[in-house]
Write a protein that binds this ligand. Structure first.
Ligand code: NAP
Length: 322
């Protein structure tokens, strides 16, 4: 296939900050962006290297030059526009979490199956070299059996109008960033969360900080700490029967990001496996390879979306319990 041609729904911050730079890093094309406001969308296209713009989102889905659609809309709009893009025959990369309600996830996945189009939830880390190295180390027994994951994701939200602070926009610390450790735990434990306990600090509409302890089969567990009130921190520690593995930045690593393995009686082993400067690049290369028929789809929404939505539902109920 010639260079993959993307259409983008909305002039989102994440599209500007991560997705479009990765489109450039991978030599793909952003051919069309649709947004609610014509002038703002035109300015976004001009400023961020998108070839054309259109008012509204439907025009992106109808455009024959668009091979794949990126959906970085607020969480409650993911299902509607992902379904519309799949029915229009497009491959879809939808922002995380695909849906907050597990039943809605099932409906969207059924549409993807009927449409026979690939659908990814934009957890881009499983495609990255660091994550692949992590999986390799665990499989080789670097820390023995993985028993526990302690995962944080914090950053500061300062602007009052941010969608993360809005109940109507599907905000809250768990849905916005707590979902990352849940996605990681599902892949590494190969199981769904079974139960949760937790506590949260409530803002005006949503939890702005939360801690949840999720249990997995065979007495394994995930401790998630997440929120909008601290400096950026995604430190994650995997604890096994023979050692531990620490990641500075498991989700958006760069070339300086460190992975460290510790075992009793041995010096720590430090690695920096990341080559890409943009955390979305590996995922975008994979999407292009799938559409070119060179790779089978991997790490799709079929694998991730339901376990994430179920873990979010368990944790959400636990932190809001009286
Ligand atoms: N994978 C990652 O690393 C990552 C990182 C950050 C965020 N995200 C996810 O990406 C999505 C967007 O996050 P963001 O921080 O980029 O949000 P954002 O900057 O607020 O952008 C959301 C876009 O959605 C459109 N929109 C449509 N209806 C809207 C409404 N009622 N209110 C506000 N915006 C509306 C707007 O575009 P128009 O006005 O142009 O239509 C807006 O620019 C979320 O699902 C979030 O969880 C993922």
């Amino acid at each position: 296939m010639s260079r993959l041609r993307w259409g983008v729904l909305g002039t989102a911050n994440i599209a500007r900050a991560q997705f479009l730079p990765a489109v450039r890093e991978t030599g793909q094309r952003a051919v069309l962006v649709g947004g609610r406001d014509r002038d703002a969308t035109a300015e976004f296209a001009r400023a961020h290297g998108v070839e054309r713009f259109v008012e509204g989102y439907a025009g992106v889905l109808e455009d024959p030059e668009v091979d794949a659609v990126y959906v970085p809309l607020p969480n409650p709009l993911h299902a509607e526009w992902t379904v519309a893009a799949l029915r229009a025959g497009k491959a879809v990369l939808c922002e995380k979490p695909l849906c907050l309600d597990p039943r809605q996830v099932e409906r969207v996945l059924a549409v993807a199956e009927t449409a026979a189009r690939p659908l990814w939830e934009a957890f881009v880390f499983p495609f990255q070299a660091q994550h692949q190295r992590l999986v390799e180390l665990l499989a080789a027994g670097a820390i023995g059996d993985l028993r526990e994951i302690v995962g944080s994701f914090h950053f500061e939200v300062r602007t009052p109008g941010n969608i993360r602070l809005s109940r109507e926009m599907g905000g809250g610390a768990l849905a916005d960033v707590g979902c990352y450790p849940m996605r990681l735990a599902h892949e590494l434990f190969r199981a769904h969360a079974e139960s949760a306990t937790g506590t949260a600090v409530l803002g005006d509409e949503v939890e702005v900080d939360a801690t949840a302890l999720l249990s997995y089969p065979d007495d394994r567990r995930l401790l998630v700490t997440c929120g909008f009130r601290r400096a950026y921190d995604t430190t994650t520690v995997l604890l096994g029967t023979e050692g531990s593995l620490r990641l500075d930045n498991p989700y958006h690593p760069g070339p300086d990001t460190v992975l460290e393995v510790r075992r009793a009686g041995a010096d720590p082993v430090v690695e920096r496996p990341t080559r890409d400067t943009r955390s979305f690049s590996a995922a975008l290369r994979h999407v292009a390879a799938v559409l070119a028929g060179e790779q089978a789809p991997a790490h799709t929404a079929l694998e991730s979306a339901l376990p994430v939505a179920r873990a979010l539902a368990l944790a959400g109920a636990a932190v809001s319990a009286p």
